[in-house]
Design a protein around this ligand. Structure first.
Ligand code: ATP
Ligand code: MG
Length: 893
């Protein structure tokens, strides 16, 4: 049965049992600062489970796209772990519970194919339950008829479900399918999880858990307002069972990628492997990694993730690099993505049609990333080779941990690659040292993350406030001042009773005019003022949806719950913010006008006076293009276009041509900001000017690369743009004064000065050369007799250039008597290194005195040339005299 058919049957079964079909949320978990990606079907429903929001239905079903980064190392080594997979779920919000949930799962799984079921053999199914969940055992045994020896009790780690953080939790019951003795030993799920394949987890969600360890040993702190059901059936695992294949990578959505990789590399998949994944040949694991990671990359880029060095983008980068590397290890070293990604798209676009329509954008990121990585590999390989040679020449057998770390950190060179390539050249790697450096780096990253504004690991205090006090009455679009009441006071995410002068605390107000940072717009600045209170607002965030939290520094007086305060946004600041945000839209529209519609924004940030915008584009922008973008932007300002805000549904907004940006989630009603009608239409919650002329001047101040296929433009807006231009003007004025030119003549004068400097330098060099060669006769006259040979050993004046050293040696030789063996040896020092040139005359050569042999003698075998002239160098400058001594010594010998 094809995966698409499993999906169809699943949704149909639950729909006909009263469930509303809810579409998958995007893979990036935008709503939850604790998560990078959605790892389970229930995540989009969390507010309903917590009772923070009420859904329009009390039964829902979905097929949710999931990413589980912790499973990355399992891929291909077990039969059942993908980084990307689809979780089919049915959910009850205070409606049915345990008994009905078990019944549904059983009926769909074992129901006959004709009746719309999945047709699995019920005699091969095992169930696990939480330790003391006798009720679940009774349901399985008495109502479903599952024999007691196929029901297993398991502890908190396996059968108490939570998201690993404070929040909802509850006992669960998992369904396993016994695939038979070919897949491993008997004895049930506790003995072998590959033979007994978990395919469905039923969570009886009824409790709230506290902090503590993620999986086991945390405390249950209370009950949820209602009992809920959350289930997750792994669609890939079900497909593997129904398609009679050994693992999830061989199912219809992934296997074709493996087959393509096999075609490219000429290696066959699966020939040396039995049914059990754990005993696989390394090549087969590589094939599975390719299948899994290529598909995951497709899905991630499809949902707006772009390769980068942090967060979500880094996960994508890592997946792509692992896949590319696996392809190379299988023996194919050309770009593989253009071959593999279309196969993945063909398989996945039946369920996700946007993958096809958006394929140009998706593939351009993927191909660009591969190109960049292949370059990295090439570059890194050179660095590695040099390091290996150095290590060997010093007699070492181990490549240092710091080199391995540098390769990893600077060149993105994976450690396993370093290990392997070093080994090929007979070196081991100081892995301990490498790990130490990695650990230090991670520590730094952690400190970094902790220093960031949002991302409180524990959001429960905010949730509680929201539950008790309701959403913030948010007036940012209407006013800059409100009379407000303090309804929450927190420090480090925990409630506190009061704040005194000097404290930095978080304040929640019943009503606020402050814009919380979002959509790339920086938070408002301003103040809270009470009868004796004065507090400065430092930051404004929305840690949970609909709750605005102000970070303030109390400067005077005290803050206590229930205080009345006047909340005021700094009007200067807000004007600057509106200019910058509208300016961002203008620059975005200008980019698309000049470069075309594929120059789509992938990220932005703006605060008063400054904006930056990242967009998909492969090449560096030329100076002309930059000027053009700037001109189009300023023309739009001059045209004084009207700025309009409208509310509509998301599909309406898309029909309307509004640009929806990745990285944002949108409610059912969205806000569309237009500048000049269709010229710029974007979904946006930011604050804007009312006509484009209010943006004021707009100056591009920078253009740079931010990762492959991504460029960034930066601009100054409003007064800052004016100040920027004024500074440039003043600079020109100063330069003009300094060189005594009229402003209009500055460039010409600077060019003339540069030319004169160059000429003077050349003249000076000539004079120096002449001065040196003028002394050739003097040096020759001072030559000493060494045995039968006249030797002029000369240390050239400091600063003599390389070419002049050779010239000097030749000239000195010319001044030596022709009828007698003669040798000129000249050393010179420059840049901390010494070099030597030796020239021998005919008579010397006839006596077998060779210039080359003398240089080699001085430089222990190095250097080049012939019997007549030879040179070499590279030794430390303080050995210059020794070089001459060595030459003289060699002549005596
Ligand atoms: P396992 O112990 O096998 O890793 P799990 O306990 O982590 O599974 P759950 O969190 O209960 O799995 O997820 C519900 C269902 O989602 C599982 O029963 C399984 O069918 C599926 N599933 C979980 N993780 C993956 C994965 N990495 N790849 C494919 N399917 C998965
Ligand atoms: Mg797991």
């Amino acid at each position: 049965m094809e995966t698409a058919e499993i999906q169809r049957r699943f949704l149909k079964f639950f729909e006909s049992n009263g469930h509303t079909v809810v579409p998958s949320a995007p893979l990036p978990a935008f709503e939850d600062p604790n998560l990078l990606f959605v790892p389970a079907g229930m995540v989009p429903f969390v507010p309903y489970f917590l009772g923070q929001a009420t859904p329009d239905w009390n039964r829902a079903t979905s097929v949710q796209k999931c990413i589980r980064t912790p499973d990355i190392d399992e891929v291909g080594k077990t039969s059942r772990h993908g980084t990307f997979f689809q979780m089919n779920g049915n959910f009850s919000f205070g409606d049915y519970f345990k008994e009905q949930a078990i019944r549904f799962a059983w009926d769909l799984t074992t129901g006959s194919l004709e009746s719309g079921g999945l047709g699995l053999d019920g005699d091969k199914i095992w169930a696990t339950v939480y330790l003391d969940d006798d009720e679940a055992i009774d349901i399985w045994h008495k109502q479903i008829g599952l024999p007691l020896d196929r029901i297993v009790r398991r502890g908190q780690a396996d059968n108490m479900w939570s998201m690993g953080i404070p929040g909802p939790c509850g006992p669960c019951s998992e369904l396993y399918y016994d695939r038979g003795p070919d897949y491993g030993p008997e004895g049930g799920p506790e003995v072998d999880e590959d033979r007994y394949l978990e395919f469905w987890n039923l969570v009886f969600m009824q409790n709230i858990r506290g902090g503590g360890p993620a999986k086991e040993g945390y405390e249950i702190t209370g009950d949820l307002p209602k009992k809920n059901i959350d289930t997750g059936m792994g669609m890939e695992r079900m497909a593997a069972l129904l398609q009679g294949v050994d693992n999830m990578y061989e199912t219809d959505q992934v296997r074709p990628i493996i087959d393509k990789a096999s075609e490219l590399t000429g290696k066959r998949y699966g020939v040396s492997t039995s049914h059990t994944a754990s005993e696989s040949h390394p090549d087969d694991i590589r094939f599975r990694v390719i299948g899994d990671h290529v598909r995951s990359s497709l899905m991630l880029i499809g949902d707006g993730v772009v390769p980068s060095n942090e967060g979500r983008g880094y996960v994508l980068r890592r997946l792509m690099r692992r896949a590319i590397r696996a392809v190379r290890l299988l023996g194919y070293d050309k770009p593989a993505m253009p071959e593999l990604l279309p196969v993945a798209m063909e398989r996945m676009s039946a369920a996700y049609p946007e993958l096809r329509t958006d394929f140009e954008r998706i593939s351009s990121y993927a191909y660009g990333e591969e190109e960049a990585f292949l370059k990295t590999l090439k570059h890194g390989t050179t660095i590695l080779d040099t390091a290996v040679t150095e290590t060997k020449s010093e007699g070492g057998k181990t490549l240092s941990g710091s080199k391995a770390f540098e390769l990893h950190d600077t060149y993105g060179f994976p450690i396993d690659l370093t290990l392997e390539m070093a080994e090929e050249q007979g070196l081991s790697v100081d892995q301990e040292g490498f790990r130490q450096l990695m650990a230090e780096q991670r520590q730094r990253a952690k400190a970094d993350a902790a220093a960031r504004k949002t991302g409180h690991a524990d959001l429960s205090a905010y949730w509680q406030l929201l539950q008790e006090q309701g959403p913030t009455d948010w007036k940012a679009y209407e006013t800059l001042d409100t009379e407000s009441r303090v309804i929450g006071l927190l420090k480090d995410g925990q409630p506190i009773p009061l704040a005194k002068a000097g404290d930095i605390v978080e304040v929640v107000l019943d009503r606020t005019p402050f814009y919380a940072e979002s959509g790339g717009q920086h938070a408002d600045a301003g103040k809270l003022v009470g009868p004796s209170l004065f507090a400065e607002v430092l930051d404004v965030q929305r840690p949970v949806k609909k709750l605005v939290v102000h970070k303030v520094r109390v400067l005077e007086g005290e803050l206590v719950i229930d205080d009345k305060v006047e909340a005021s946004v700094d009007p200067e600041w807000r004007l600057g913010a509106r200019q910058a945000h509208s300016g961002t839209h203008v620059v975005h529209a200008a980019l698309r006008e000049v470069l075309g519609p594929t120059a789509l924004q992938s990220g932005s940030f703006n605060r008063p006076g400054y904006l930056r915008l990242d967009f998909s584009w492969r090449a560096k922008l030329s100076d002309e293009t930059k000027s053009e973008i700037e001109e189009v932007s300023n023309r739009a300002v001059r045209d004084d276009l009207p700025v309009a805000v409208q509310y509509m549904t998301l599909p309406e907004a898309k029909d309307f041509g509004a640009v929806a940006l990745f990285g944002e989630t949108y409610d059912e009603t969205v806000r569309v900001v237009e500048i000049g009608g269709p010229w710029s239409r974007e979904l946006c919650g930011g604050t804007h000017v009312s006509r484009s002329a209010q943006i004021g001047p707009l100056v591009l101040t920078g253009e740079s690369s931010v990762g492959s296929g991504q460029r960034r433009v930066e601009a100054a807006t409003g007064m800052e743009a004016y100040k920027y231009l004024a500074r440039e003007r003043d600079l020109v004025t100063q330069i003009a004064e300094e060189i005594g030119a009229q402003r209009g003549d500055v460039l010409e004068r600077v060019r003339a000065i540069l030319q004169r400097t160059k000429d003077a330098e050349r003249e000076l060099a000539n004079l120096q050369a002449k001065a040196v060669s003028g002394r050739a006769a003097e040096f020759a006259a001072a030559a000493k007799q060494v045995g039968a040979v006249k030797v002029a050993a000369v240390q050239a004046p400091e600063g003599t250039k390389g070419g002049d050293v050779r010239g000097l040696a030749m000239q000195i030789r010319g001044h030596l008597p022709e009828d007698q063996p003669g040798v000129a040896a000249v050393v010179a020092t420059a840049g901390g290194k010494a070099s030597i040139v030796v020239a021998a005359n005919k008579a010397a050569q006839a006596q077998h005195v060779s210039a080359q042999a003398l240089v080699k003698a001085a430089l222990s075998g190095k250097g080049g040339g012939n019997d007549e002239v030879a040179q070499g160098g590279g030794v430390p400058a303080d050995q210059a005299a020794q070089l001459l001594a060595a030459v003289t010594g060699a002549i005596t010998a």
